[in-house]
Design a protein around this ligand. Structure first.
Ligand SMILES: Nc1ncnc2c1ncn2[C@@H]1O[C@H](COP(=O)(O)OP(=O)(O)O)[C@@H](O)[C@H]1O
Ligand SMILES: [Mg+2]
Length: 577
């Protein structure tokens, strides 16, 4: 019934085989002890509590009871402790695997799908899965209990047991129906939970806008709508779940009532002692617990199977294509882009684009917003594939270079500033061992030493999302220091100063200039005054190179570049007024 789930589980149990078997062994011991407990009830009633019982007999029975509890202690502890160890360890391993898989997904994945769905799978589905995992363990232990207790019941009175067994098909029917119903709904429940997670993260990251536009009520409404949807689907599962439990108990009660009537007849006929009967009833009462647990496990497993389906769908996603085999390249000549066209799906974003970046040169790409500049940077970084057209580095097609190697050639400084919530030092070294002087140099180059000196913990100050507030320009200068430390042969700038105010922009530009010394630079520039000394400038218009040359040549042409330049000047004037 849950073969997919069990198949998914096995690789996670395998490394803990020993613990799993030991835990299983203790389950057998526990089942034996359950049996002994229920069996002991007979002598308790027939000997211990009867008028003609002797004190020795009572002491033996009491001693046995204590012995059972002494054995129960380690058996129960180790059985449950190890199960939870395996389950939680496996869940962590699975979460790591999902996280690692997400790292390998191509970039478009993150632009097309809601991030919250991935987060929800990583957090919620793995938890649901772990509950199912634990339930799968119940599925081994509880039937063991049920079997030994049933064995005892048969031994005490097989005819009475038969009365009980008549109801067994009813239990199976309930399990089957409720499991199916939960399975049908649970996928939607988890999907809605994913939407809810996404909604929450949107609401948190958009707080500034939310406040500025007085969107609190709107956000709340959106949140409630999503949550209500989630709630409604969840209630369907809950209905089944909560219906199944009392139904199971009801059938159990019916069986018990039947037994009682029949037992009276058996005791009168002398076939059964009171001790036999009480022991039988104890076995029956104890059997209710495994049945209840099985009913719950059945539901948890159905939920886990839906979770496992969603987890499996992430694992089924195609990974970033990395077919290149070249793992070593020393950039020594040039990058050639030849007749490159590109489309995200509809309409060509780049059209027959050709350009060249020679080692040591500073090359700029300019053009109106939406003309495809960032797209070209993305393709250079191997985030999207070249087709048709080629990009060659030192004559080697970039598709033949391993992604890691290709990306190792470039240092990117873009308008999206990303810093970890961690110390300045960690943000610069990214987990590597770097000498203090090198860090110092990098911060000097990036004009970041001054403001860091003023911070209380200097380089060990925590920055990033919830750390010390740094201005956009300061943050950008830290990413520049980071790029300096990475010391890649080619630098890519993508409008690195575009989100900054004039003052910060000047500092960041200075830092970029220092970083660029003796490097090959390919810069997407929005402020044309910053590239007047570049070796080559390409003007992009709707994905096509429409002009190329140095600043002076292009200005002399009085064409596209000249117009763009004029536009920029005007904007600067309005800003400065
Ligand atoms: N991930 C994407 N999926 C689909 N279209 C995109 C994507 N990224 C950018 N575009 C589109 O491609 C065009 C070029 O975008 P972009 O390269 O960012 O321009 P630029 O950097 O020059 O402003 C724009 O029309 C934009 O809407
Ligand atoms: Mg852009």
């Amino acid at each position: 019934m849950y073969s997919n789930l069990l198949k998914g589980l096995w690789p996670y149990i395998k490394p803990h085989k020993k613990k799993a078997f030991a835990s299983l062994f203790f389950a057998l011991v526990l089942a034996g002890l359950k049996w002994a407990q229920a069996a002991l009830v007979k002598p308790v009633f027939d000997k211990g509590l009867s008028a003609n019982g002797s004190i020795q007999e009572v002491i033996v029975i009491a001693g046995l009871l204590v012995l059972i509890m002494i054995l129960n202690f380690p058996a129960r502890f180790l059985h449950f402790y190890w199960i939870r160890y395996i389950v939680d360890k496996a869940t962590c391993e699975m979460r790591t695997n999902i996280y690692a898989k997400i790292q390998k997904l191509p970039i478009w994945h993150f632009q097309q799908r809601k991030q919250g769905i991935l987060v929800s799978t990583l957090v919620n589905d793995t938890i649901t899965f772990s509950y199912g995992f634990r339930a799968a363990m119940d599925l081994i232990r509880e039937p063991l209990y049920a079997i030994v207790l049933l064995g005892l019941a048969i031994y005490r009175d097989w005819q009475l047991t038969l009365v009980i067994l008549v109801t067994a098909p009813l239990f199976i029917l309930i399990f089957n129906k409720s499991g199916k119903s939960v399975k049908k709904n649970q996928g939607t429940v988890q999907e809605e939970l994913g939407n809810l997670t996404h909604n929450i993260s949107e609401g948190l990251s958009g707080q500034k806008v939310a406040k500025a536009f007085n969107l609190q009520d709107y956000l709340l409404k959106r949140f409630e709508e999503t949550q209500n949807k989630y709630f409604n689907y969840m209630m369907k599962t809950t209905w089944t779940e909560e219906m199944a439990h009392p139904l199971v108990e009801f059938v159990g009660g019916l069986a018990f009532a039947g037994v009682l009537v029949f037992a009276q007849y058996r005791i009168r006929s002398g076939a059964l002692t009171t001790g036999d009967f009480v022991s039988f009833v104890t076995a029956m009462a104890l059997i209710m617990d495994p049945i209840r647990k099985l009913s719950a496990a059945n539901i948890k497993l159905a939920q886990a199977e839906a979770a496992e389906k969603r987890i499996a769908s992430i694992f089924a996603q195609e990974e970033e294509i990395d077919e290149g085999s070249l793992s070593q390249i020393n950039f020594s000549d040039k990058i050639e882009i030849n007749n490159l066209s590109f489309s995200y799906g509809e309409g060509n974003i780049l059209k027959n684009l050709s350009l060249e970046i020679k080692k040591g040169q500073k090359v700029a790409l300019v053009g109106l917003s939406g003309s495809g500049k960032s797209t070209l940077i993305n393709i250079l970084l191997g985030l999207y594939k070249t087709k048709p057209g080629t990009i060659k580095i030192d004559g080697v097609d970039i598709n033949d270079i391993r992604l890691k190697t290709l990306r190792g050639l470039f240092g990117l400084v873009s308008q999206d500033i990303f810093l970890f919530h961690d110390t300045v030092r960690e943000n610069l070294t990214l987990g590597k061992n770097v000498e203090e002087e090198k860090i110092e140099d990098a911060l000097q180059v990036a004009y970041a030493s001054d403001f860091l000196e003023k911070l209380y913990h200097k380089w060990d100050t925590v920055i990033g999302e919830r750390g010390v507030r740094l201005s956009g320009g300061q943050q950008q200068r830290i990413t520049i220091a980071r790029a300096f430390l990475q010391n890649t042969p080619i630098l890519l700038f993508d409008e690195a100063t575009s989100s900054l105010d004039n003052e910060s922009e000047r500092m960041v530009q200075k830092a970029l200039d220092r970083l660029s010394r003796e490097k090959t630079v390919f810069a997407v520039a929005h402020r044309l005054s910053t590239i007047s000394d570049f070796d080559m400038i390409y003007v992009l218009n709707r994905g096509q190179v429409v002009e190329q040359g140095t600043h002076h040549q292009l200005m002399a042409h009085k064409n596209e570049y000249f117009k763009l330049y004029g536009l920029g000047q005007k904007m600067e004037e309005t800003v400065n007024v």
